[in-house]
Design a protein around this ligand. Structure first.
Ligand code: ACM
Length: 545
């Protein structure tokens, strides 16, 4: 009887430990040692600087939320039974050193890094060593981890234009980013269907542009309209709070203010931004409209619309004012200016635009788009910021200091790298998490097909890129467009588990990637999702499913 009990206990022990040896993204080096650290209510978290304390606070918050345990945080370490968070220098925006070393022994745990960023990333590994079930005693297996990321830009985008997400969910999303050892949140804040950022100088942007009078039902152009007024925006105070929340997690927020396309909401608020202020907003064919359809309106369906920003002095003054307030709120070196999907038909029939093309010696409307982006870049550069734009900003000549976000495949990124421009890869075929996850998708999506295996197979360095240009690939980002995600649960369902695959694409060394091994570790991650109480998709893991 005793023997059976012992065997059962040992096997339970080894199952628990197999779970705890399932780190995603796979670290560069993890040497599993004998024994384990017992975490108890008397364990002390040790952090001496404010930056180190951010890591201790995050870990403590996690323990409190998921294990009901709050530990003391102190500046000096006791003889044993402590977890030390230690960086050898303060945080600096220009130096994103994310290396860390994690040592777990029976006596103590140490998470150390050159910079606090590294310590914080190490905390995410420590968190994954916690049991995924609530157990009476929390043991952490002894290990020596040495780890660093493959790419310095590791991002997730969230579209809050098509659907608005509460500040609570945005914070949760930032936590997801943190837990996956990513460092960038690209916040898509303006769209045809809603302007979501308070701009004090232009209150109508959120009063008018922050609301639409209805939303289509089903796939564009829809089978009807819900006829419900849909509103939402972030106040500047809320944005400040979110920026701080991200900073405490060593995550940079890149705000996106879309131009010159996807501007219907701004134009509804300030019609002079259009080349044809007196024309009604164009409504897509087949869309059932809710409410007034005259004048300028916020769009109620998805897609691309031809009424875009007019490249007038009025528009540039407006955008400079908006960007001034954006820069005050967001310390990010990068400001995303959109640049994608800007139809040229309004510019073609505008006498003003045609004159401008002649006057500036531009070739055509693509040249005018390039002029538009260059002018905005010059303004942002004069304030010490750099632009990121979707790969359409290559058309007509790339702005001198721009970083390209390559979304229509990798070609834009490859072209930009050849021109010695920095690149963030985000190709639709691998990193668009709005695409369906399985062949038999059980919820409404935009379409496409992107199982976990395909996401996992992605290599942000294109095979055809010569060695001397590879340094321009800063990293990659997964995009979450929310036309068909109207609530947080749906966002979670679409990002998990694919976000775990993205994290390994971005962090782990290429030679360490192995899909079968990833799937083994993912079994533990599913349990962690359960612990977090988030939705996730279990179908569509392998290609063809
Ligand atoms: C995009 O997906 N239109 C960047």
């Amino acid at each position: 009887m005793k023997a059976i009990f012992l065997v059962l206990t040992l096997s339970l022990f080894s199952v628990v430990h197999a779970q705890q040896k399932s780190i995603i993204p796979k670290p560069v080096k993890a040497e599993w040692l004998k024994g384990n650290f017992k975490l108890s209510p008397t364990t002390v978290l040790v952090a001496s600087s404010a930056d180190e304390k951010k890591s201790a606070d995050f870990f403590n918050g996690y323990l409190q939320t998921f294990y009901g345990l709050a530990l003391k945080i102190e500046k000096n370490k006791p003889a044993s039974n402590y977890i030390l968070f230690s960086a050898s220098k303060p945080s600096s925006l220009s130096d994103e050193d994310e290396r860390y070393v994690l040592n777990v022994s029976e006596q103590a745990i140490q998470v150390t890094g050159n910079a606090p960023e590294g310590v914080f990333r190490g905390v995410q590994t420590l968190i994954q060593l916690l049991p995924v079930e609530k157990l009476a005693t929390i043991t952490i297996p002894a290990v020596a981890v040495e780890d660093f990321p493959r790419f310095k830009y590791r991002g997730m985008m969230l579209d809050c234009g098509r659907h608005f997400f509460s500040t609570d969910f945005v914070k949760k999303y930032i936590d997801f980013i943190a837990l996956h050892k990513m460092n960038t949140f690209h916040w898509h804040l303006t769209e045809d269907q809603g302007w979501r950022i308070e701009i004090k100088k232009y209150p109508r942007l959120t009063e008018i542009g922050g609301c639409r009078n209805g939303t289509i039902i089903g796939h564009h152009p829809g089978t009807g309209n819900d006829n419900e007024k849909y509103c939402g925006y972030y106040t500047q105070e809320e944005i400040k709070e979110i920026v701080k929340y991200a900073k405490d997690r060593f995550i940079n927020i890149i705000p996106e203010i879309e131009m010159p396309g996807h501007a219907s909401a701004a134009i509804a608020a300030y019609p002079q931004l259009s080349c044809f202020p007196n024309e009604n907003t164009p409504i897509a064919k087949g869309v059932q409209w809710s409410g007034d359809s005259t004048g300028k309106q916020v769009q109620q369906s998805w897609g691309v619309y031809p009424d875009v920003f007019c490249p007038s002095d009025y528009t540039f003054n407006f955008l400079e004012d908006v960007l001034d307030e954006v820069m005050q709120l967001f310390p990010s070196k990068y400001i995303h200016i959109g640049g994608d999907e800007c139809p040229k038909e309004y510019w073609k029939r505008s006498a003003f635009c045609q004159n401008l093309i002649k006057e500036k010696g531009l070739k055509n409307e693509e040249g005018l788009q390039s002029y538009f982006i260059h002018r905005i870049e010059k303004y942002l550069n004069s304030k010490g910021r750099n632009i990121i734009g979707w790969d359409e900003i290559l058309e007509g000549g790339i702005a001198p200091n721009a970083t390209i976000m390559s979304w229509r495949g990798e070609q834009g990124g490859i072209e930009a790298a050849h021109q010695d421009h920095d690149v963030v890869m985000t190709p639709g075929g691998y990193l668009y998490l709005d695409h369906a996850q399985s062949k038999k998708e059980d919820s409404l999506t935009i379409g496409g097909y992107l199982p976990v295996e395909t996401v996992y197979s992605y290599n942000p360095i294109p095979a055809e890129l010569p060695a001397d240009k590879q340094k321009y690939i800063l990293g990659a980002q997964a995009n979450v467009w929310t036309e068909y995600m109207s609530n947080p649960a749906k966002v979670e369902y679409m990002i998990f588990p694919r976000m775990s695959a993205v994290s390994e694409v971005l962090w782990s060394r290429l030679e360490d990637k192995n899909f079968d091994d990833f799937l083994r570790r993912l079994q533990t991650q599913y349990k962690r999702y359960d612990l977090w109480k988030v939705k996730y998709n279990l179908k569509g893991t392998h290609k063809g499913e």
